[in-house]
Design a protein around this ligand. Structure first.
Ligand code: NAP
Ligand code: ZN
Ligand code: ZN
Length: 346
């Protein structure tokens, strides 16, 4: 066991503070990673505040981890000391069910083991990336390509894969009109990735406040959902809409913007349910779907795609002492576009 410094929420809704945690000894197929950067995902906030239900405390959030391998177990074959690596939302799964076997470990039938706020196969709680080091089985670690700096790569481990996966699955590409709802951490990655895939990209944001940024990120069009004309003008326009919104919103209105056979894929995880009139999917044979992160193989594919297209996240690098303030800014939709913790400051 190694004692490492970390930032943890001691209880639900309590501010995060510096503490120490134990990391397990490096096992047969484990790698020890010196964490360099950890992104702040809105999911960290939902969980640290028990917005999704009862959680495990103390909680060390963080599932957008970028670092360097500093030790490997004797059975490790994929990584060496010095490799630049990433860890996302899961650190284990059953490895036997049909979903694990086809590389979609995030949908493991026995439940994936989350990077934090979960219990590992050893019966111990898992602790996430707001810490100096982490020990992870090599099968749940991905390689960060040389072309990507670790700080801007960290958010790809959740925000990147969560948007890449549905864009890829629903065939975003040339000739497709794709809308991204919410220009935050996930939304700004969705814009960059959909643009790189060749789609015509529209941002639907609450206001036009971030319009210049959205267009620079690769959007072709930008509209405010608060303007009633937006719904009229864009009715029946899109092949695919990806909603990244963290709060309940009017999905009926979003569905009205789809073409016949279009799909609205929700990746946002609001704390409250929504009400939906099902006539909004009947007319137009529309699909309402969801998507959760992506498998390990697809996460590597996404990192390679991002490196090839020169895509990293737009980040505000912060010290660990600024985490609580960053949480407030994320809650106020005042993030441009991902907070990343420099873990050397923990
Ligand atoms: P974020 O950076 O806070 O972005 C969310 C964006 O949603 C905001 O920037 C804002 O965009 C918009 N928004 C917020 N409140 C809204 C409201 N009341 N009405 C309309 N729009 C609103 O959060 P994130 O880190 O991207 O995460 C987004 C959501 O995805 C969270 O719920 C998170 O838990 C979830 N998530 C899911 C997965 C998955 O696997 N499915 C993975 C990661 C995260 P504008 O200012 O542009 O309107
Ligand atoms: Zn996340
Ligand atoms: Zn499984």
């Amino acid at each position: 066991m190694t004692t490492v410094a970390a930032y943890a929420a001691p209880a639900a809704k309590a501010p995060l503070e510096r503490t120490t945690i134990e990391r397990r000894a490096v096992g047969e197929s484990d790698v020890l990673i010196d964490i360099k950067f950890a992104g702040i995902c809105h999911s960290d906030i939902h969980q640290a505040r028990e917005g999704w239900g009862e959680a495990i405390f103390p909680m060390v959030p963080g599932h957008e981890i970028a670092g360097v391998v500093s030790e490997v177990g004797p059975g490790v074959t994929k990584f060496q000391v010095g490799d630049r690596v990433g860890v996302g939302c899961m650190v284990d799964s059953c490895r036997e069910c049909e979903n694990c076997l086809r590389g979609e470990e995030q949908y493991c039938l026995k439940g994936m083991v989350g990077t934090y706020n979960a219990v590992g196969k050893d019966g111990e709680p898992t602790y996430g990336g707001y810490s100096e080091k982490i020990v992870v089985d090599e099968n749940y670690v991905v390689r960060i390509p040389d072309g990507l700096s670790l700080d801007v790569a960290a958010p790809l481990l959740c925000a990147g894969i969560t948007t890449y996966s549905p864009l890829h699955h629903w065939n975003a590409g040339p000739g497709k009109k794709v809308a991204v709802v919410g220009l935050g951490g996930l939304g700004h990655m969705a814009v960059k990735i959909a643009h790189a895939m060749g789609a015509e990209v529209t941002v639907l944001s609450q206001s036009l406040r971030k319009k210049d940024d959205g267009l620079k990120l690769g959007a072709d069009h930008y509209h405010a959902t608060s303007d009633p004309k937006t719904l009229e003008e864009l009715a029946g326009t899109f092949d695919l809409i990806v909603s990244t919104v963290s709060a309940p919103m009017d999905f009926g209105a979003l569905l009205s913007l789809l073409k016949v056979d279009g799909a609205l894929v929700n990746v946002g995880a609001p704390e409250e349910p929504i009400a939906l009139n099902l006539f909004s999917v009947i007319g137009g044979r529309k699909t309402l779907a969801g998507s959760m992160i992506g498998g390990i193989r697809e996460t590597q594919e996404m990192l390679d795609f991002c490196a090839e297209h020169g895509i990293g996240a737009e980040i505000e690098l912060i010290s660990a002492a600024e985490i609580n303030e960053a949480y407030e800014r994320v809650l106020a939709s005042d993030v441009r576009y991902r907070f990343v913790i420099d873990t050397a400051t923990i």
